[in-house]
Design a protein around this ligand. Structure first.
Ligand code: BGC
Length: 424
């Protein structure tokens, strides 16, 4: 049988035995597309998987490896185009609006859960807006991640004779020099597009502050994108990449985290999902590792809200499973245990943060403070600020800049402006 014929046969057989029918005792089944595949992320996801199963539903895991989710989004688009979307998928930020506009997300499927569970009171207006389309909840939010963190191995700092965590870009470079002199990789990193842009957005925030960051990545203001401070940000990025392992390649973010955990590297600039790896390695915040705002960004908070969007499906069992997932995800127990594992803070506003470690407590406090003014900003690198086309334009420009040792920072700023204009 030819491969295509075999595939067609499999598809038609599968349609005779839908998943719900296969699982005899199940109340319904739900397939979930996500990218939580590192050890720490997977441990966090287990909390949901186990509860959904305990509630009598069948969980079909569609995990697509690849930090930041680009690979998962490609799989999701293919599935949606072929008329076979999963019941739920990890979709975030403005992208939720795009999927809603395509008419592919549930219309009022979560409204009854949201009403009975009191989501309007539990969620901040910023978060509620992100997960609604056309006035209806179409996704359930899980958490708030902070992106602008720096993770430090204190033993490595001690060996290198560094007395305190850096608080400015200059102090960061000075610490990196000392680590290098001590034979330790100063900054652990993997050259994947989203990791490069995570570091870049940290630097833009440090150089321009939250207002400049907003002008660049939220308002997409051409003057800011092509201006002197953007050139300065590219120059700082170039300097910082000089402190990364020259043989690093496109390693995964959690492999870079492992280098810091093992003391091979001294620091990593990464969002607080990195903490899931430290927790998974049984390391204690404040003792075995230190978390500080990315140097130069204290007082600002780049947020990244994970959410599962629910697709429009006909199968009643799947609809019931979607409601179950939504109810669990915003429940008190899940919000506590999941976020302790994931490294993020609860999205519910009534959880006692005393149950969390010092990094999470600092994150909650800083988010509350930053939200009073302009300090809280949506992460560009993590799909919260722009649509994926604009984000792709930033990723491409930053990648091209990093891979060309002779690239000129002022020219890169011009290129960034042009690439974003073309993507809009
Ligand atoms: C997600 C996190 C995830 C990280 C690494 C981010 O975009 O929001 O939940 O842990 O990517 O995969």
């Amino acid at each position: 049988m030819k491969a295509t014929t075999r595939l067609a046969a499999v598809i038609s057989l599968a349609s005779l035995f839908p998943l719900a029918a296969l699982a005899a005792d199940s109340k319904g089944s739900i397939e979930v597309t996500h990218w939580w595949t590192s050890a720490g992320e997977s441990a966090a996801m287990d909390v949901l998987r186990n509860q959904v199963k305990a509630d009598g539903f069948t969980w079909k895991d569609n995990a697509v490896a690849g930090g930041g989710g680009a690979a998962a989004m490609t799989v999701l688009k293919t599935r949606a185009v072929s008329g076979n979307p999963p019941g739920a998928a990890q979709i975030k930020g403005p992208d939720i609006q795009d999927w809603g506009q395509l008419g592919l997300l549930t219309e009022d499927g979560l409204d009854d859960v949201a009403k009975s569970e009191g989501w309007d009171k539990l969620l901040s207006p910023t978060v509620a807006k992100i997960v609604q389309y056309d006035g209806h909840y179409v996704a359930v939010p899980f958490n708030i991640h902070r992106v602008n963190w720096l993770w430090i191995n204190p033993e490595a700092f001690k060996k290198a004779g560094i007395a305190k965590a850096p608080t400015t870009l200059d102090e960061l470079f000075a610490a990196a020099d000392k680590l290098k002199a001590a034979g330790i990789i100063p900054i652990a990193h993997g050259d994947q597009p989203w990791q490069n842009s995570t570091v870049f957005e940290d630097i833009v925030l440090a150089v321009m502050g939250p207002e400049g960051y907003n002008k660049a990545f939220v308002q997409l203001d051409q003057k800011t994108l092509t201006g002197a401070d953007m050139a300065k940000s590219f120059a700082a990025l170039k300097k910082l990449t000089g402190y990364m392992d020259p043989n690093r390649g496109p390693q995964d973010w959690n492999q870079a985290t492992a280098q810091v955990i093992q003391g091979k590297a001294g620091m990593q600039a990464m969002g607080d999902w990195a903490k899931s790896e430290w927790s998974n390695a049984k390391k204690v915040a404040g003792k075995d590792y230190q978390c500080v705002p990315f140097p130069g960004t204290a007082g600002s908070y780049t947020y990244n809200v994970d959410s599962l969007a629910m697709f429009k499906v006909k199968d009643e069992g799947t609809v019931a499973a979607q409601k179950d997932v939504a109810k669990i995800a915003l429940g008190t127990h899940f919000q506590t245990v999941f976020n302790q594992n994931k490294g993020s803070i609860p999205v519910r506003n009534d959880i006692d943060m005393k149950q969390f470690d010092e990094c999470a407590q600092a994150s909650a406090k800083d988010f509350a403070e930053a939200s009073k003014g302009d300090g809280a900003q949506p992460s560009m690198a993590h799909n919260m600020a722009t649509n994926l086309a604009v984000q792709g334009a930033v990723f491409d420009t930053v990648n091209a800049f990093i891979s060309d040792k002779n690239a000129d920072p002022a020219k890169a700023a011009q290129q960034l402006g042009a690439a974003i204009k073309a993507a809009q």
